[in-house]
Write a protein that binds this ligand. Sequence first.
Ligand code: CO
Length: 134
Amino acid sequence: MIGRLNHVAIAVPDLDAAAEQYRSALGAQVGAPQDEPDHGVTVIFIELPNTKVELLYPLGDASPIQGFLDKNPAGGIHHICYEVDDILAARDHLLATGARVLGSGEPKIGAHGKPVLFLHPKDFNGCLVELEQV
Ligand code: CO
């Protein structure tokens, strides 16, 4: 059901410093910051030949990233995103297997303008999983 790895997301305590490190130390192609108020984050995408890295920084007072950074002050891997062809079919299949979908269970529009859902990390070996319909 899942397809390509779309991105790995890393929560960072300093977005400018992280972007600069990927640009100059790792020599990566680093995009511009984008605010995503619906998700409570500012993101920067780093384009790699085979996938992307998403740098996440809290936006607003109720950002879901803030709690993660409180527990992991140096930052850390926050989620991984797999591509699916049909997000509603994927969701219904996962629910039937007993997996928990976060939030209302309805897809939201993600950073690439495509529908996304998040799956409970406790159901996936401690890893928050994002599904993106491509
Ligand atoms: Co993501």
